[in-house]
Design a protein around this ligand. Structure first.
Ligand code: HEM
Ligand code: HEM
Ligand code: SF4
Ligand code: SF4
Length: 372
């Protein structure tokens, strides 16, 4: 039955969950599920997995912009029909993987993917993202869809990926480098645990719309939203219930705006980018790590964010040259010492980088061990 707005509950289907994933398995995957023996990276972007039965499946990984049109999805579906029996998948970093069981089709598929471009000249399906290179940037909504961003997501990611593009299609880093972006410090995604993270921040306290705040907001929620207790109840001159922000205590997190629409704080020159480095998720050799702030502020420079692009590139280049094999960026920085990291990357160390939130003490140096 078509949806009837006058009777919304009629024929309503609910709580059916996602489709069972095995319905979409290529036959080779279904047959050898749980029985894989080894895999190899044949070239950047191309993997082969070999099963106990001797069966092989070839995977061709290509970059995805994440925000994509139905036309582009249809084009992927056509490619999958032509080479892969109609099967494809998306990775946890929003790359696309074409799964080929017929070895003879791998090279034609790779050549075909590399030949497809948008009218502007960008590759539609750049092959890569495997091994110790730089794969896709996990990112967020930015100015495309969210109301709390300090920066854009898609725009910054495109500019940074353009500058790191050669590393997507090669594997010459000491270890994989995960770059991620979040447009505010809600950190939707992976910025707090990435080798290099691009994070949108504000530098001005919220404005208060005294006329609307008590009508739009549950005031205690906004007060409780503040991590530094900078917000307290107040009255406007005309006697309306409102809130007051102690600007000296505010560090511009924007959490109160998330709770209360009458407390906006985004600002054209105030908002911009902070860079964090050294995080990781895996347990390989060292434990997972949080990323740390190393550049407190870079202005928003749409549409190409040149200062941000340069900063990321510089960190990547110094790491690639100096780190040992298998060393993630955080492993390297911790081995050489953060004072050496700042020296080698020529990033100025400022007071902004010294932790001052609650139990910040443990991040200071309780040792005489350091390098001049
Ligand atoms: C109450 C809290 C949240 C709400 C209401 C919310 C809402 C949304 C909405 C509406 C979208 C779709 C945006 C679009 O269509 O463009 C979205 C996407 C997304 N959200 Fe959330 N979100 C919340 C919390 C979070 C948190 C805590 C995280 C991360 C830890 C997160 C990560 C993401 C990501 C990564 C996407 C993009 C997914 C994609 O495009 O594939 N969200 N969220
Ligand atoms: C970085 C700062 C500090 C260092 C490096 C330090 C170092 C030491 C050392 C090496 C001892 C001898 C421990 C032993 O041989 O058993 C000691 C004892 C002691 N420290 Fe500290 N200390 C510091 C800060 C403080 C502070 C802030 C206080 C008090 C508020 C304090 C109070 C004491 C007391 C009372 C003892 C004697 C404990 C005892 O013998 O029962 N120390 N400290
Ligand atoms: S990181 Fe912040 S601004 Fe970006 S999508 Fe998430 S909540 Fe919105
Ligand atoms: S922006 Fe953050 S620190 Fe500032 S008042 Fe709002 S919640 Fe508090």
């Amino acid at each position: 039955m078509p949806y009837d707005p006058s009777n919304p509950l009629q024929d309503r289907i609910t709580d059916i969950g996602p489709k069972y994933f095995r319905e979409f398995f290529p036959p080779v995957i279904e047959k050898n599920f749980g029985k894989w023996v080894y895999h190899e990276i044949l070239e950047p972007g191309v993997l082969v997995h070999v099963a106990e039965s001797g069966d092989e499946i070839y995977t061709v990984r290509v970059g995805g912009a994440r925000l994509m049109s139905v036309e582009l999805l249809r084009e992927m579906a056509e490619i999958a029909d032509k080479y892969c029996g109609g099967y494809l998948r998306f990775t946890t970093r929003n790359n696309i993987e074409f799964l080929v069981s017929d070895k003879a089709k791998v090279k034609p598929l790779v050549d075909d993917l590399k030949s497809r471009k948008f009218d502007g000249g960008s590759y539609k399906f750049p092959v890569g993202g495997t091994g110790s290179g730089i794969t896709n940037i996990v990112h967020t909504q930015g100015w495309a869809h969210c109301h709390t961003p300090a920066i854009d997501a898609s725009g910054v990611v495109k500019a940074v990926m353009d500058s790191l593009f050669d590393e997507f299609g090669s594997m010459r880093m000491p270890a994989p480098v995960r770059v991620s972006l979040a447009c505010c410090l809600n950190m939707c995604g992976a910025v707090h645990c990435s080798d290099i993270a691009i994070l949108g921040i504000h530098r001005k306290p919220p404005m208060i719309d005294g006329e609307w705040i008590d009508k739009l907001c549950e005031l205690p929620l906004a007060i409780a939203a503040c991590p530094t207790a900078a917000i307290k109840p107040a009255k406007t001159a005309s006697g309306l219930k409102a809130l007051e922000v102690n600007a000296e205590r505010c560090m511009f997190c924007g959490n109160c705006y998330t709770m209360c629409a009458a407390m906006p704080l985004a600002d054209e020159v105030g908002s911009g980018i902070a860079i964090l480095v050294g995080g990781k998720l895996s347990n390989r050799i060292s434990k997972p790590k949080f990323s740390k702030v190393v550049i407190p502020f870079i202005p928003n420079e749409p549409p190409r964010w040149p200062s941000t692009v340069d900063a990321v590139k510089k960190i990547v280049d110094v790491y690639a040259k100096d780190a040992r094999k298998y060393e993630r960026l955080g492993d390297w920085a911790e081995r050489i010492g953060w004072e050496r990291f700042f020296e080698k990357t020529e990033i100025p160390f400022t007071h902004h980088l010294i932790d001052d939130y609650r139990f910040a003490y443990t991040t200071w140096r309780q040792s005489t061990q350091f390098k001049f």
